[in-house]
Design a protein around this ligand. Structure first.
Ligand code: GDP
Ligand code: IMO
Ligand code: MG
Length: 442
């Protein structure tokens, strides 16, 4: 399940819907910059590190080798889960790759110096940088350094020099670093495992694995709107690699997109609308567009088919999940960006340079709107679709909007979100989302 935009497309909800039919749910990149929301009746879960498959009691969970993991955030998230359900999954059905990189307090402090990108401030970029520079610590490395006072001093010295260069207040004390590392080992030693070989074995035994992306294609370090991107490869090419298995295992690849576009943080956004009036305001208010991780308002705009085409190029989705269609209800007309105009020329690809992208103006196609329904009415319609109606329950205007998206990307839409609740989705008949929703853990 891969975000096809700038993140927050509804990956958490879609993974929750599929989880009861899977043996494993695996996060393969990113860290707690992610915020994945699941709504089941009166309960809303906001997950940052735990895979969204946690809602299915029999689904085993992995924080894969491609991730950067903040052990203190994981600890808090597990405490919240324990308070909600009584379950302590760590070491039982939740495993952390021994190869995953550890986010330490230094990384959070260093990230605080960012003024360009508008990062989530969670230490993601600095941790990936340390890994690439081969000076970072993975979970497997912790027990090798914890008693080595000399090595800890070298690490702390390097961290303090780096903090000095970006003018961030705060220093790393070697003794404290040592006790922090020691705490991580004690807290998570049962859960730290060779998860790549474990998943490989599970596949050989015929088990099913869901790979849960974080962020989205336009935030990809290589293919996104650099430098206004995250620090990992968010796409299909890394989905198996970041889980420690090979790409030949992928049978289906779902791309997920809102029926419009949002972006949180800095960087160009060709279809951006004003947040305080008109359709941009409706998207923001009805879509409750505030970052799940940082609470920042998300910027809003019309659906950008040029960007989605780029996501399709790199990820080869086999089906698209379109979410938050309900949010567009009641608008007179809907716009779809079908190309960009740059210096008088029309283009259908996203320029590599952010300066160029910022100068692109969107070329729109206009489609008729559709009426608003209440959240309950949308859920009733979704229930009706599950009784065999599929997309036939949707009004014609919505179906033609979806058909236009399918034509532009060249991939079928397999599920349409019409509300935050796990039941508020309409799936195509006999498609991969045409399944019963499993019992949840709570
Ligand atoms: P993720 O990061 O991709 O998992 O997405 P987030 O959870 O950060 O953001 C998606 C937001 O939209 C969450 O608040 C979801 O509860 C909500 N959501 C997901 N699908 C739908 C939908 O179809 N309609 C509406 N109205 N909200 C949705
Ligand atoms: P999910 O998984 C939306 C954005 C940040 C910033 C840029 C870099 O919930 O879709 P980082 O902290 O990663 O170095 O920040 O990426 N960003 C996200 N935006 N959803 C996310 O995750 C994001 N994770 C990072 O706002 O612009
Ligand atoms: Mg999110």
């Amino acid at each position: 399940m891969l975000g096809a935009q700038w993140g927050d497309e509804g990956k958490g909800k879609a993974i929750d819907q599929l989880a009861a039919h899977s043996d494993w749910a695996v996060r393969f990149q990113g860290g707690n910059n992610a915020g994945h929301t699941i709504v089941i009746g009166d309960t809303t879960l906001k997950l940052h590190l735990l895979p969204s498959g946690i809602t299915a009691p029999n689904c085993k969970l992995v924080l894969g080798c491609g991730m950067v993991v903040d052990p203190w955030v994981l600890d808090q998230e597990l405490e919240r889960w324990h308070a909600l359900t009584g379950e302590q999954p760590e070491g039982q059905r939740l495993f952390i790759s021994e190869r995953a990189a550890v986010i330490l307090p230094f990384h959070r402090l260093y990230d605080a110096a960012d003024t360009l990108v508008g990062t989530t401030g969670r230490g993601i970029g600095p941790t990936y940088r340390d890994r690439t520079e081969r000076v970072g610590l993975r979970f497997v490395d912790l027990s090798h350094v914890v008693d080595d006072v000399g090595a800890i001093r070298v690490i702390a010295d390097r961290m303090n020099k780096q903090l000095g260069t970006v003018g961030v207040e705060g220093t790393i004390d070697p003794g404290q670093l040592q006790s922090e590392i020691s705490w991580v080992i004690g807290r998570f030693s049962d859960a730290i495992r060779p998860t790549g070989p474990m998943l490989d074995k599970a596949l050989r035994e015929g088990e099913e694995i869901l790979l849960e992306g974080a962020q989205g294609a336009m935030l990809d370090i290589d293919q996104g709107t650099y430098p206004f991107v995250t620090s990992s490869i968010t796409g299909r090419a890394n989905a198996t690699h970041g889980a420690g298995i090979h790409p030949g295992h992928i049978e289906q690849c779902f791309g997920i997109s809102k029926a419009y576009t949002t972006r949180v943080g800095n960087g160009p956004f060709p279809t951006e609308l004003a947040l305080d009036e008109g359709p941009g305001r409706q998207m923001s208010e009805m879509g409750n567009e505030f970052g799940t991780t940082t609470g920042r308002p998300r910027r809003t705009g019309w659906l950008d088919l040029v960007a989605l085409g780029g996501s399709q190029r790199i990820n080869g989705h086999t089906g698209m999940v379109i979410t938050k269609l309900d949010v567009l209800g009641g608008m007179d007309e809907l716009k779809l960006c079908v190309s960009y105009k740059l210096d008088g020329n029309e283009t259908q690809s996203v320029p590599a340079s952010c300066e160029d992208l910022a100068r692109c103006s969107p070329v729109y196609e206009t489609h008729p709107g559709f009426p608003t329904l209440s959240p309950e009415e949308w859920i009733d319609l979704a229930d009706e679709s599950r009784q065999g109606g599929g997309f036939d329950v949707l009004p014609k205007t919505i179906r033609s909007y979806l058909t236009r998206i399918e034509e532009a990307i060249g991939v079928p839409v397999v599920s349409v979100g019409v509300g935050p609740d796990r039941r508020a989705s309409i799936a195509s008949s006999d498609g991969p989302f045409d399944i019963h929703l499993g019992e949840a853990t709570f």
